[in-house]
Ligand binder design. Structure first.
Ligand code: M6R
Length: 604
């Protein structure tokens, strides 16, 4: 949570930092601020609201500066709590992402120093300034970084020198140097305009840049020694982070799904061969007797879908855990367990904590991730990358379907390697998978129909999503999409659970979204639909093409093409994403930046 962008170089840094913060706004958008070092001191500008609403700031002719876009953790949303923060002599300025956990202990270094904000951040500049009585700025930052407990990334500047210094422990930060310019940012995307190479800063490391000498030093503040680092190339295009003609990133990302799925498929499948042996060595594949999947939010839903695939195709026990719960309940992890961590961003604090917990057991950890160089990829033994491209809308869409794709490929790969499927079955599954993008295109062409449904129901206050089998997690995902971007209260359930409670909610004002495809539960779901209709409820169904029975029962039907049941989630989720989008848009919601949310949840 929170975005950090800092610059030192030949340009006036005001515009560079504001531009950087705008591209990081997905990480937090309740307030923003910059501290710019001029010839005479430091100019501070902070405000409540979104940095995207800032046209430009008056130039102060600064060459070094730091900026921040906030997602509040400690202290409410106010100008006082927004970053950068400073010490009482206004010498040191800091922007920070994460949470400092040992403030009470740290305050003992500065007795009597009064705090003006409610943030945990303010302690950092105060401590740095305190230690500067005995040492220079870089040494003071090193000392303070080593004293802090919790997950953090911070960048600091000093009124009386031209250093830009950042430290990281648990929250993401990258640095880049291009010619005489130096950048620090919470992500790579914000650096695309300047360079295609970046330094990845690890936990326990600092980066110390001095503008005048253009000197760049990396330092391990735990081991207390300099470290050598080389810049690494990354593969992102500027078109990936632009909205183009779409009204929102979410809409662009929904419509991108066919091409992103095709890219992911082509990246791993060649002539019906699934190229996963680098990531999962045959020795591990043969040994594992249990899989534990950890993830949060939409990524957790992808894990739930894959549980059906892995158990039925590979015949291996699978548990899917909320990463946040997994870590704290002393999981029993035996020697031959494989951990699969799923995360779009690769920076979700709960999932990172789950990986660290699993590490203690010395078992293999495979991650499925969309961001190369992210923390989760570096903590895992191997990563299968989804080729979704940068996902900027807070609501996850293309990351979800590409996660499903690599998880399905993983199930096929394991089934093949363990002799559970014949080559001709694998080929058949892969042919069906290859057809999915074209079938999604057909669902995407139903915008008009989906808009009509939206017009009748956008004003509701509650909604229920029901599905069975492999589409039960899609009901959860449909409910999550709707609630997070439209603020309509929505619940997802296995359809058969309706009669155990949720049926009490049904009335003529509440729509129930049914996923009712022709699978083994089809008849039972049709009965559930009748039960809702018998209580005057509204039924919106996602069903297979040419299903005439459902048209006689449901108020609205969105038809999707046939595919094998296993792959149906790729198609059933699309109309639910579209409905959530169009309903939220009609309600005037800020779709790409829903209230209270952030794209990447880097605090536990
Ligand atoms: O980056 P991750 O996949 O680890 O993020 C997990 C969740 O925070 C994320 O899926 C969240 O639930 C999305 N807002 C859902 O649309």
């Amino acid at each position: 949570m929170c975005g950090i962008f800092a610059y030192a170089g030949k340009k006036d840094c005001t515009d560079v930092i504001i531009k950087g913060l705008k591209s990081l706004e997905y990480r937090g958008y309740d307030s923003w601020g910059v501290a710019l070092k001029t010839g005479t001191g430091i100019t501070l500008e902070k405000n409540v609201g979104k940095v995207s609403q800032v046209e430009s700031l008056e130039s102060v002719n600064a060459r070094v500066g730091i900026g921040h876009t906030r997602w509040a953790t400690h202290g409410n949303v106010s100008v006082l709590n927004s970053h950068p923060h400073t010490d009482s002599s206004k010498r040191v300025y800091v922007v920070h992402n994460g949470i400092i956990e040992n403030i009470a202990e740290l305050k003992k270094y500065i007795p009597g120093d009064l705090f003006y904000s409610e943030t945990d951040t303010e302690i950092i500049p105060k401590l740095i300034a305190h230690f500067m009585a005995e040492m220079d700025f870089p040494e003071a930052v090193k000392t303070v970084a080593a004293l802090l407990k919790g997950n953090f990334a911070f960048v600091s500047i000093d009124r009386d020198s031209d250093y830009l210094i950042a430290a990281r422990n648990g929250s993401p930060i990258v640095a880049a140097k291009s010619g005489g310019e130096f950048f620090i940012s919470s992500d790579l995307q914000s650096l695309i305009a300047y360079t295609k190479k970046a330094f990845f800063i690890n936990d326990g490391e600092m980066v110390i840049y001095q503008l005048d000498k253009q000197s760049l030093v990396f330092y391990d503040f735990i081991e207390k020694r300099e470290v050598h680092k080389t810049a690494q190339s990354y593969d992102l295009q500027s078109g990936d982070i632009e909205k183009g003609n779409y009204k929102h990133f979410m809409l662009k990302e929904i419509f991108e799904q066919p091409v992103r799925l095709e890219n992911t498929y082509l990246n791993y499948v060649d002539d019906f061969d699934i190229a996963f042996s680098e990531m999962l060595k045959p020795t591990i594949v043969q040994k594992i007797n249990r899989i534990v999947i950890i993830a949060c939010g939409t990524s957790w839903h992808a894990g739930l879908v894959s549980e059906y695939w892995l158990e039925s195709l590979v015949n291996i026990p699978v548990e899917v855990e909320y990463a946040s719960e997994f870590r704290y309940r002393n999981p029993v992890l035996t020697e031959n367990t494989l951990i699969i961590a799923i995360s779009q961003s690769g920076e979700t604090a709960d999932t990172i904590a789950g990986i660290k917990e699993s590490r203690k057991f010395g078992i293999p950890i495979l991650s499925i991730c969309n961001v190369s160089g992210s923390t989760i990829t570096r903590l895992s033994d191997a990563t299968v990358f989804t080729k979704a491209g940068p996902e900027i809308g807070v609501a996850s869409t293309k990351a979800f379907t590409t996660q499903l794709e690599v998880l399905f490929l993983l199930a096929l790969y394991l089934a093949q390697q363990r002799g559970k499927l014949r080559h001709k079955d694998i080929i058949n599954y892969l042919k069906n998978l290859k057809d999915i993008p074209e079938k999604i295109e057909r669902v995407l062409s139903k915008t008009d129909q989906i808009s009509t449904i939206m017009e009748s129901h956008y004003a509701v206050t509650n909604a229920l999503f029901l599905g069975r089998g492999v589409n039960y997690p899609i009901a959860l995902e449909g409910a999550l999409k709707l609630k997070e971007i439209s603020y309509i209260h929505a619940e997802g359930y296995p359809a058969a659970e309706m009669k155990h409670g949720p049926i009490a909610l049904i009335d003529r004002n509440m729509p129930t979204f049914f996923i009712c495809i022709r699978d083994q539960s089809y008849e039972k779901v049709l009965s559930n639909i009748q039960e809702v209709k018998a209580r005057d409820g509204i039924v919106i169904a996602v069903a297979n093409d040419n299903d005439e029975r459902i048209t006689t029962l449901a108020d609205h039907v969105i038809f999707i093409p046939e595919t094998i049941v296993e792959l149906s989630p790729f198609l059933t989720v699309i109309p639910l994403q579209m409905l959530a989008y169009y309903i939220a848009d009609k309600r005037g919601c800020d779709i790409d930046k829903p209230r209270n949310l952030a794209k990447s949840v880097t605090v536990e």
